[in-house]
Design a protein around this ligand. Structure first.
Ligand SMILES: [Fe+2]
Ligand SMILES: [Fe+2]
Length: 471
């Protein structure tokens, strides 16, 4: 088991103290990070004590410590899951060989790029969510927001460590640039499109943590299979934290639906808007939006880059080692969708070429699970409504569908039909304005805004009315 140095300036289990140059370099990055947090992290409650989870170890049991801490004093640390002895490369051309403890020269540029793209999303989401604390529906929710934020900050630390430790000068420059690009900055934006939009309201936040953090889960799970062992171990531990982010999303959406169903019953109508609720139809539109934007993050249906990453062993598939095939994917095919002016068809390609699509399929299956639970709640309330995921080609900006208007039920339509329907499929300005009008911060312990139900249990065995944030 790795030794945890929890009292170091930068808490870690990677023996930072054993590499003074690296330690000094990271300690000089630390104040830049804090400055970034103070400028672009949460806009309020900057020094309020928040009941936060802090990573202190990586074992199965007791890896986290809970206490009130003011966010600039949060102990952001560098943690890797314990090494798996004799780990071998599980796929691609180098399958069966020992995993790499250092970066092979020929894969250096690709690995650096993958780490930078992943790392860039972490601070981006903190920036996107920075105003949400002003309108948190309860202290419990505010705490969860801050928990997600500090852990995304820690994920940046995880990627910055890899850059500093394994990529020399270039890596240090990349680490600095992580704090120089900003979400939505017209001159120096974040790398991926979806990370340049502000998260404008709490419905969007829950959708983001449900759909977009789940993209993160699938990216991390593929990188956890990497032949570059330090990256694999880093991602393995990040996935532990990520699970809570998706819980925040799934439970947040479930609580909104719960409240909507209560309002429908109470007022005997499905028009809950005048009663301060969010209708099921409106929730569906947000699902359509966030799901489709998140699908774009997986890239084009076929990708030479993804194929090369796989062949060389630097990025695998979701649960690579549990799959029962040759782990080379050159001789096996699969179909991918193809949009043409004659409609939507399929074409046969090698699985190696279609890795993005395979990961997107895995992601979609996982997204469905939440919908099943939400639909059960709707059915139990005796309401005739069912949530669904739109067709994969709906509202896409990346890949084969990008130049086509595709309806949620999977038909290519002309501009006229699209324009006539889009207001039923995606949130309109009026929808967004309604949601925004409901966003009023509630800061009294045990109280909650009227558009969402209280959670059935609190955090870390604390009750809902616990003082999660001390104002
Ligand atoms: Fe993250
Ligand atoms: Fe996350």
């Amino acid at each position: 088991m790795s030794k945890v140095d929890i009292n170091a300036k930068i808490p870690n289990n990677v023996d930072l103290a054993g590499d003074r140059r690296l330690q000094r370099a990271l300690e000089s990055w630390q104040p830049k990070y804090i400055k970034w947090w103070e400028e672009l992290g949460p806009v309020a409650y900057k020094t309020s004590p928040v009941y936060l989870r802090t990573a202190i170890a990586v074992g199965q049991q007791g890896w986290a410590h809970f206490d009130h801490v003011s966010m600039p004093e949060y102990r952001w640390g560098i943690f890797m899951a314990d090494a798996e002895p004799d780990r071998k490369i599980a796929f691609g051309e180098n399958m069966g060989q020992d995993v790499w403890q250092d970066v092979p020269g020929e894969y250096r540029a690709d690995l650096r790029r993958l780490i930078v793209v992943q790392g860039d999303t972490e601070p981006a989401s903190v920036e996107q969510q920075r105003r949400l604390c002003l309108t948190a529906p309860s202290l419990y929710d505010m705490r969860n927001l801050f928990q997600v934020n500090v852990e995304e900050g820690r994920h940046l630390w995880a990627m910055v460590y890899l850059l500093h430790r394994y990529f020399g000068r270039d890596g240090r420059d990349e680490a600095d640039e992580m704090l120089e690009r900003h979400s939505g900055d017209p001159d120096n934006p974040r790398i991926l499109g979806a990370f340049n939009e502000e998260t404008p309201d709490w419905l969007s936040f829950f959708m983001f943590t449900y759909f977009t953090d789940r993209d993160g889960k699938y990216q991390l799970a593929s990188l956890r299979e990497s032949a570059f062992d330090p990256l694999s171990r880093t991602c393995e531990f990040m996935l532990k934290e990520e699970a809570h982010h998706m819980f925040v999303g799934a439970s947040g959406i479930a609580r909104i639906i719960h409240r909507t169903l209560d309002l429908m019953r109470e007022h005997d109508t499905d028009q809950v808007q005048p009663h301060g609720g969010i209708s099921l139809e409106l929730i569906q539109k947000y699902i359509n939006f966030h799901y489709s934007v998140s699908l774009d993050l997986f890239g084009s249906e076929t990708s030479t880059n993804a194929a090369n990453f796989y062949a060389s062993g630097i990025k695998g598939r979701f649960q690579e080692t549990k799959r029962n095939d040759d782990h080379r994917l050159i001789d096996v095919g699969r179909k991918v969708p193809e949009a043409t002016s004659n409609g939507i068809t399929e074409r046969e390609v090698t699985q190696l070429a279609a890795l993005n699509e395979t990961l997107r399929d895995d992601y979609t299956l996982d997204c469905h699970k939440g919908l099943v639970r939400w639909n059960r709640a709707v059915a139990e309330a005796g309401v005739d409504f069912e949530f669904g995921l739109p067709y994969v080609g709906f509202h896409r900006q990346v890949g084969t569908f990008r130049d086509y208007n595709v309806t949620p039920d999977g038909r290519i339509v002309d501009d006229e039909e699209w324009n006539a329907g889009v207001g039923r499929w995606l949130p309109t300005d009026a929808d967004r304005a309604h949601v925004k009008s409901l966003m009023v911060g509630v800061t009294e312990p045990g109280k909650i805004a009227g558009w969402i139900a209280a959670p059935t249990s609190g955090i870390h065995q604390k009750p809902f009315d616990f003082e999660y944030v001390k104002l």
